[in-house]
Ligand binder design. Structure first.
Ligand code: MCA
Ligand code: AMP
Length: 500
C-alpha cells in the first residue's frame, strides 16, 4: 500500500495543488490519478514495474500522472522538460520505457520517439476528458516495489538511473516531515524542476504526505516568486543557493516601496530551506538581512534523499549542514574505508531505509557504490564540534551548477564528436551566483571554427545547464608527467582569466 496516496483519502476536500490560479482538492487528485492508472493498465491487472516515462510541466497534471503510474504498479520516470531530444531518447532507451505520457506542449519534441522505439504514447489531455466507466480495481502495491527512476550524472560518462522503491521514497519523505514539522496547514511554493529529488520529494511529496498544499509556478521567474510571496499564502520555501542569490539581487534593484511590500510577506513564512549545493555564507547573511530568516541548510543526494540537516528549532550554523536526520546513519571514512575520528575529514558514507535500491541496469555500478552496506557519496566532510561541514568532492569531474549535478566527462564525450575538435577538457569554475560554471578548453583541428558556432552545434545535444559558459582554445591540454590532464591546473587558468 502506498501510504502517500492512502493518506490523501483523509484530506479529500483540502486543496492539494494550486497552479495557474487553479486549485485542486485531494479528491480531484485521487480521481484523476485513478483515470490515468486505468488508461495505463488497459486490460492488464498490474503494470508490474513497467517503466512509464512522462513529460509535463510542473502542474496538477504532473502529480496526477506520477500517482497514476504508481497506482497502476508502474515505475515513474520523470523526464526533464528542458532536455533536447537526444537526452530524452537516452532515458527512454536506457529504461526500456513502455509508454510515455505527455502533455500537448511536448508532442512535437517527443514525436520522433515513436519512430525510434516501440512505445505507447498517452496524451494527458485526452485521458483527462475521458469519462470514468466503472469503479476500477487497482492493484495492491507492496512497498518494496520499485517506484521511481531519476537520472543523475556520475563520474562515468552517461547519466545513471537511480532506482528508489516506495519504501525508500516514504523513508525520505517521513524523516523530513517529522524534522521540519510539516502540517496540513502548510502551503509551499515549488519553483524547481520535477525530475530531481529536491522538487519531487522535499517539496511536492512532503506537502502531499502532510495534507498540505503545493503551489506551482510553471517556469522559474524571480519576479513571479516575489508576487506569490506578496499574496501571503505560502509559508514554506525551498530552493538552491543560485535562486536565493538571484532573489537577493532582484530585491536590491527594487524601489524602497516595492522592497517593503515584499518585506511584509516574509513574516508569513515559518521555514526557508537551501540545499542541492553549498550555500555561501554571504548568501545566507544577505538573505537573513533582507528576509529576517536564517536559511536552514541541509545535505542530500539523488541516491538517498536528504541525509543531514540543520535543526528546525535549534541553532543553524552557517557553513554547516547539521546532523543526520532520523533513521539515517552516517560515517566519515579515510581512503581505506576506516572511520576517522571527529575533526578529521573523509568521505561521507550513508546507511538507512532512505538509501536507493540500485542503478537501473548497472549491477556493477551499484556494487561499486557500496562498501559493507554503506553508500559511498563521494562527498568529503568533517564533523566539526557539533555538526557536519562539507569540504568538497573526491572527483573534479563532478560539477555543481545552479544546483544541477553535471558530469565533465559527459560534456567532453559530446564535444569530441564535433568535427573541428581534436580534444577537450571540461572543468567547474567557482562562481558566486551558480556555485560553479562550466569551462572548457578546446584543442582544435580547424582553427576557423568559432565558439558561437560550437555553442549552436551543442544546442540539440545538451540542455542549457550542461552547456559550457567559458571557452579557452589551447594548443595542448595541461598534463602531468604521466600524460594525464591536470584539471586543477586548467581550473587555475580559468580562474586567472585566460578564457573567452
Ligand atoms: C542556466 N544559465 C546558466 C546555467 N543555467 N548559466 C551558468 N550556469 C548554469 N548552470 C543561464 C542561461 O544561459 C540563461 O542565460 C539564464 O541562465 C537562464 O537560463 P535557464 O535555463 O532559463 O535557467 P533558469 O530557468 O533561469 O534556471 C535557473 C535555475 C535552474 C532556476 C537556478 O538552474 C534550476 O532550476 N536549478 C535547480 C536544479 C535542481 O532542482 N537541482 C536539484 C538536484 P541567458 O539569459 O544569457 O541565456 S540535486 C538534488 O535533488 C539533491 C537530492 C539535493 O540535495 O537537493
Ligand atoms: P545530486 O546527485 O544531483 O542529487 O546532487 C547531490 C550532490 O549535491 C551531493 O553529493 C553534494 O555534492 C551536493 N550537495 C547537496 N546538498 C549540499 C549542501 N548543502 N552543501 C554542499 N553540497 C551539497
Amino acid at each position: 500500500m502506498i501510504n502517500l496516496i492512502e493518506n490523501a483519502f483523509n484530506h479529500s476536500e483540502r486543496i492539494a495543488i494550486s497552479d495557474n490560479n487553479r486549485s485542486y482538492t485531494y479528491r480531484q487528485l485521487l480521481e484523476a490519478s485513478e483515470k490515468i492508472a486505468l488508461a495505463l493498465l488497459e486490460d492488464k491487472k498490474d503494470l508490474d514495474e513497467a517503466r512509464i516515462a512522462f513529460i509535463v510541466a510542473p502542474s496538477f497534471e504532473y502529480v496526477c500522472i506520477q500517482w497514476g503510474i504508481w497506482r497502476a504498479g508502474g515505475i515513474a520516470v520523470p523526464l526533464c522538460v528542458k532536455h533536447p531530444y537526444d537526452a530524452i531518447k537516452y532515458v527512454i532507451e536506457d529504461t526500456h520505457a513502455q509508454a510515455v505520457v505527455f502533455s500537448n506542449n511536448y508532442r512535437g519534441l517527443i514525436k520522433p520517439l515513436f519512430e525510434d522505439f516501440e512505445l505507447r504514447g498517452v496524451s494527458i489531455e485526452a485521458v483527462m476528458v475521458t469519462a470514468q466507466k466503472e469503479k476500477p480495481r487497482l492493484p495492491e502495491i507492496p512497498l518494496d516495489r520499485r517506484g521511481m527512476i531519476i537520472y543523475t550524472s556520475g563520474t562515468t560518462g552517461k547519466p545513471k538511473g537511480v532506482v528508489s522503491t516506495h519504501q525508500n521514497i516514504e523513508a525520505q519523505i517521513e524523516s523530513l516531515v517529522t524534522s521540519w514539522e510539516w502540517t496540513k496547514e502548510d502551503r509551499i511554493l515549488n519553483i524547481l524542476p520535477l525530475h530531481h529529488v529536491h522538487g519531487i520529494i522535499n517539496i511536492l511529496s512532503c506537502a502531499l504526505w502532510s495534507g498540505a498544499c503545493c503551489e506551482f509556478l510553471e517556469k522559474f521567474d524571480v519576479k513571479k516568486i516575489f508576487d506569490v510571496f506578496c499574496k501571503q499564502e505560502v509559508n514554506l520555501f525551498m530552493a538552491v543557493p543560485t535562486i536565493y542569490y538571484q532573489l537577493i539581487h532582484y530585491w536590491k534593484e527594487l524601489t524602497p516601496a516595492d522592497q517593503q511590500k515584499i518585506d511584509v510577506s516574509f513574516k508569513n513564512f515559518r521555514l526557508m530551506v537551501s540545499g542541492s549545493a553549498a550555500l555561501p555564507i554571504s548568501t545566507l547573511e544577505e538573505w537573513e538581512k533582507i528576509s529576517g530568516h536564517t536559511l536552514l541548510e541541509r545535505y542530500g543526494m539523488t541516491e538517498m534523499g536528504m541525509a543531514i540537516s540543520n535543526s528546525y528549532k535549534g541553532i543553524r550554523k552557517p557553513g554547516h549542514i547539521g546532523v543526520p536526520l532520523a533513521g539515517v546513519i552516517i560515517r566519515i571514512v579515510d581512503e581505506n574505508n576506516h572511520t576517522v575520528v571527529d575533526g578529521i575529514s573523509g568521505e561521507i558514507q550513508v546507511k538507512g531505509p532512505n538509501v536507493f535500491k540500485e542503478y537501473w541496469g548497472k549491477p556493477n555500478a551499484t556494487k561499486g557504490s557500496f562498501v559493507d552496506g554503506w553508500f559511498k557519496t563521494g562527498d568529503i566532510a568533517v564533523f566539526d564540534k557539533d555538526s557536519y561541514k562539507i569540504l568538497g568532492r573526491n572527483s573534479v569531474d563532478i560539477i555543481k551548477s545552479g544546483g544541477y549535478k553535471i558530469s565533465a566527462l559527459e560534456i567532453e564525450e559530446v564535444l569530441r564528436n564535433h568535427p573541428a575538435i581534436k580534444d577537450c577538457a571540461v572543468v567547474g569554475i567557482p562562481d558566486d551566483e551558480w556555485g560553479e560554471i562550466i569551462g572548457v578548453s578546446l584543442i582544435m583541428i580547424r582553427d576557423q571554427e568559432t565558439i558561437p558556432a560550437i555553442k549552436e552545434w551543442l544546442k540539440d545535444k545538451l540542455p542549457g545547464y550542461k552547456t559550457p559558459r567559458k571557452y579557452l582554445i589551447q594548443t595542448d591540454l595541461p598534463r602531468n608527467v604521466m600524460g594525464k590532464v591536470t584539471k586543477k591546473v586548467l581550473q587555475k587558468i580559468f580562474i586567472e582569466g585566460g578564457n573567452k
